[in-house]
Design a protein around this ligand. Structure first.
Ligand code: S3P
Length: 170
């Protein structure tokens, strides 16, 4: 168990918590969306627009397959990555998979001022969050650990992540 992978819906704090956890452990930090963007030279939004969601999911899958080579790394993943069961299985071979959880209302509060997520650019983003979260719920629950983030500060969530990692390595 050499890495930590953070999965969970958009706006659950994967990148923020991941960075802080990596700092505390003196691990590297990577974000699958950042890896895809630098590989393509395009933003996630542009990839969705120019190539479609299917192409983005293929890129995501390739990136996940290459993560197995990493050691001492905290990996933040895109919110839809677990929709492909092979991605989750692949992460589990080298990482403790931690799901960060929040209610649709909390997620909406956190993401409503942001505009970079193509899947939420609809007339009813909260409805979309509810719908996607319900679809993905059984997949997120297959993570090794589930952490509620609603009432917790990022620092408190990081403490939980580090504690779970310590337990998993014992
Ligand atoms: C997505 C989540 C995004 C990004 C893309 C699709 C999703 O990542 O990968 O917009 O399907 O939930 P974040 O979870 O980091 O926002």
């Amino acid at each position: 168990m050499q890495n930590i992978a953070l999965v969970g819906f958009m706006g659950t704090g994967k990148s923020c918590v991941g960075r802080l956890a990596a700092e505390a452990l003196q691990f590297d930090f990577v974000d699958t969306d950042d890896l895809i963007e630098s590989q393509c030279g395009l933003s996630i939004e542009e990839i969705f627009k120019q190539q479609g969601e299917g192409a983005f999911r293929q890129l995501e899958k390739q990136v996940v397959q290459n993560l197995g080579r990493r050691q001492k790394t905290v990996i933040a993943t895109g919110g839809g990555l677990v929709a492909d069961p092979e991605n989750l299985a692949s992460l589990k071979t080298h990482a403790l998979v931690v799901c960060l959880w929040a209610s649709p209302e909390t997620i909406w509060e956190r993401v409503q001022s942001q505009t970079h997520r193509p899947l939420l650019q609809t007339a009813d983003p909260l409805g979309r969050i509810r719908e996607l979260l319900a679809l993905r719920d059984p997949l997120y629950r297959q993570a090794d650990v589930l952490i509620q983030t609603g009432q917790r500060s990022p620092k408190e969530v990081v403490q939980q992540v580090l504690h779970q990692f310590q337990l998993a390595r014992q």
